[in-house]
Design a protein around this ligand. Sequence first.
Ligand SMILES: *Cc1c(COP(=O)(O)O)cnc(C)c1O
Length: 394
Amino acid sequence: MSEQARKAEKLDADDELASKRAEFVLDDVVYLDGNSLGALPVAVPGRVEDVVRRQWGELRIRSWTEGGWWTAPERIGDRIAPLVGAAAGQIIVGDSTSVNLFKALVGAVRLAGAGRDEILVDATTFPTDGYIAESAARMTGCTLRPVRPSEVPGALGDRTAAVLLNHVDYRTGRLHDLPSLTAAVRAAGALVVWDLCHSAGALPVGLDGHGVDLAVGCTYKYLNGGPGSPAFLYVRKGLQDRFDSPLPGWNSHAEPFGMRAEYEPAAGAVRGRVGTPDILSMLALEAALEVWDGVSVDAVRAKSLALTDFFLECVEAYVPAGRVECVTPRAHAERGSQVALRCPDAGEVMKRLIGRGVVGDFRRPDVLRFGFTPLYVGFADVERAARVLAEELA
Ligand SMILES: *Cc1c(COP(=O)(O)O)cnc(C)c1O
């Protein structure tokens, strides 16, 4: 047994989150792709069955009111809120991340007001954010300027309307400095929109504490909501009554069943809704969120850093020197919950790893991505993943 294998046993024995693993459907695969699609929580299939057979099959239309379907977007938003450091009443769940990015970014430009006609976007962003930003800029008559997150403070000016940033870079796993970037954008009189796809459920975000204006996040990654589960939109309380959504629908109307010809936006987070919510996905997500009962995000973060530290240690010990290059920052303050390793034949290597029961993913052109979900990944998994990787790279 290697020194690392012994260490893994000890780390697993001391792991306070280890019991959470039993709340997920897992097999003997080492699943390191929870940053793309979180594993299935045990409670979900039974709940979905109830929603379909009883709520839909028997109660039918009554479920919209008696079964709480109508208010699910706000209720589930309030369940996500503490996980991202938000007080209740500021998050709604629904639509995809892409659609919510559009609402948030156009809404931010409208809030910024006259004379501000430039949008800054993370130059290294996940593609959909860039496409949406380009269209939002065109629609609002703004110019779009791609800048690296570290260069945002120097790029801000009195023409900046809004800034769209990724909290964690999806490719490298780099964690950006949300508190200081948020403060810089606000000091310049602009609005910030954070994309939390790779941080919600993985690390503390502190939306309220850091004064974030708007944020959008994904629920099928670290929140385990299931394939295509609806995203969430956060609008800071102080902005809600001026938030002017570019997608007003009857669900965000002050009086949805008034069926009025004129639009009058609802008060509060509800203003971010559009049309009829996707109830099946939404209630699957609600069941999935029960795994967070009694879990502190700080404990998740501590374990996440221990997992990624240990993975880096095992890779260093096992993988021949120079065979991979780590593109994820070593400093904890700059690391999300994934490790990205660059190697020239990454696509082929990942296929072989998956064939051997170690599931990560490949991002073009040459990145092996390993996501660490502290609720169900253990230290023995980490050691095995590094060992199999080393064997495949030898
Ligand atoms: C996963 C991810 C998305 C996904 O957007 P969808 O609309 O759900 O497809 C968007 N942005 C980032 C940064 C992501 O990581």
